[in-house]
Design a protein around this ligand. Structure first.
Ligand SMILES: NC(=O)c1ccc[n+]([C@@H]2O[C@H](COP(=O)([O-])OP(=O)(O)OC[C@H]3O[C@@H](n4cnc5c(N)ncnc54)[C@H](O)[C@@H]3O)[C@@H](O)[C@H]2O)c1
Length: 320
């Protein structure tokens, strides 16, 4: 076929060469375009990087050159304030932790057979709070009832929140309904300035209050201990006083509200024991002193201690 028409053959060859050249040139141009694009993109990011670096460098230079010492001093002051605030916060946190973490004194474990439910009236007072400590440590369930006339919560705060402990703010002149196995009835002001402050109230506490406690004991079948006093002997003519001594009391004297109140309290206890078969104990407490005692107790030994602590002359009274 070629040999038959050489001019035709030349024409076809020329066409092929042209197409080949067009392809080579086209793809070269395309390649160049791609390379250019990549190169220009790189140039942009490089430029941006240089610009941002330049800015930081400029800022740094400004700070360094302008007011270097002022800036450092300001930073130092800020740091000191921050440290002060951190210290304040740490102290606050420590205070909170101390309040939250409450290590109770050790309490014995008792099973349900030996664990008793015990009510202590006047349990926030001096004698009562020590009794509460003893009973709590022995592992019993304790309920304290107090009107805080002379007692304070601080005396029993070591037990507040404990599973075995409950504090009721109530006046025992009002009836109380709780299920208990034992009652320690100590609620009554004990020192002359306190029981003479409101004589009628003192009599009510020792009579109506005692009836309420004995009535409760009768209803729930609880044992009761009544805190009486050596004051039931009044102004005694016998020394020391045996339990058989009936006393020498002025029923209308300044101390009568307490002396007679406690005497009625004892009479009530024996009446409930004899006629209602309530298991009653009466403890005649003589002057007792110790930690948690009221500052204004007003009795001789505590007065001596207070005056000594205040570096004041010690007062000794005498009838001679
Ligand atoms: N401390 C002594 O030397 C002494 C001596 C003899 C008898 N006592 C008797 O022992 C008991 C305790 O005496 P104390 O020295 O602990 O006295 P205290 O004053 O420290 O305690 C008496 C507690 O009874 C509370 N109370 C008073 N009236 C109340 C009422 N109507 N309702 C509820 N709570 C009331 C008080 O707030 C206080 O917490 C008293 O009955 C007292 O007569 C004490």
């Amino acid at each position: 076929m070629f040999l038959s028409d050489p001019s035709k053959y030349r024409h076809q060859m020329l066409i092929r060469i042209n197409v080949f050249l067009a392809l080579v040139i086209g793809s070269s141009l395309l390649l160049l375009g791609i390379i250019y694009c990549f190169a220009s993109n790189n140039d942009i990011s490089k430029h941006e990087f240089q610009v941002s670096n330049k800015k930081e460098f400029q800022l740094f230079r400004t700070a360094e050159s302008e007011d270097n010492t002022d800036l450092i001093n300001k930073l130092k002051r800020d740091l000191a304030t921050a440290n002060e605030k951190i210290e304040q916060l740490e102290n606050k946190m420590q205070g909170f932790e101390e309040r939250i973490k409450k290590p109770y004194p050790n309490v014995k474990y008792l099973n349900y057979r030996s664990k008793k439910r015990i009510l202590v009236t006047g349990g926030a007072g001096f004698v009562g709070s020590h009794l509460v400590d003893k009973l709590m440590k022995a592992g019993h369930d304790i309920t304290v009832v107090d009107n805080f006339f002379t007692g304070v919560k601080a005396n029993v705060e070591q037990w507040i929140g404990h599973a075995n402990f409950e504090l009721i703010h109530q006046d025992i002149v009002n009836p109380l309904f709780v299920e208990v196995d034992e009652i320690y009835h100590l609620a009554s002001p004990a020192s002359p300035p306190h029981y003479m402050f409101n004589p009628v109230k003192t009599i009510k506490t020792n009579t109506i209050g005692t009836i309420n406690m004995l009535g409760l004991a009768k209803r729930v079948g609880a044992k009761v201990l009544i805190a009486s006093t050596s004051e039931v002997y009044g102004d005694p003519e016998v020394h020391p006083q045996p339990e058989t001594y009936w006393g020498h009391v002025n029923p209308i004297g300044p101390r009568a509200c307490y002396d007679e109140g406690k005497r009625v309290s004892e009479t009530l206890s024996y009446a409930y024991a004899k006629h209602e078969k309530v298991s009653v104990r009466v403890a005649r407490i003589f002057n007792t002193h110790g930690p948690r005692m009221h500052m204004n107790d007003g009795r001789v030994v505590s007065n001596f201690i207070l005056q000594a602590l205040r570096n004041e002359p010690i007062t000794v009274r005498s009838t001679i």
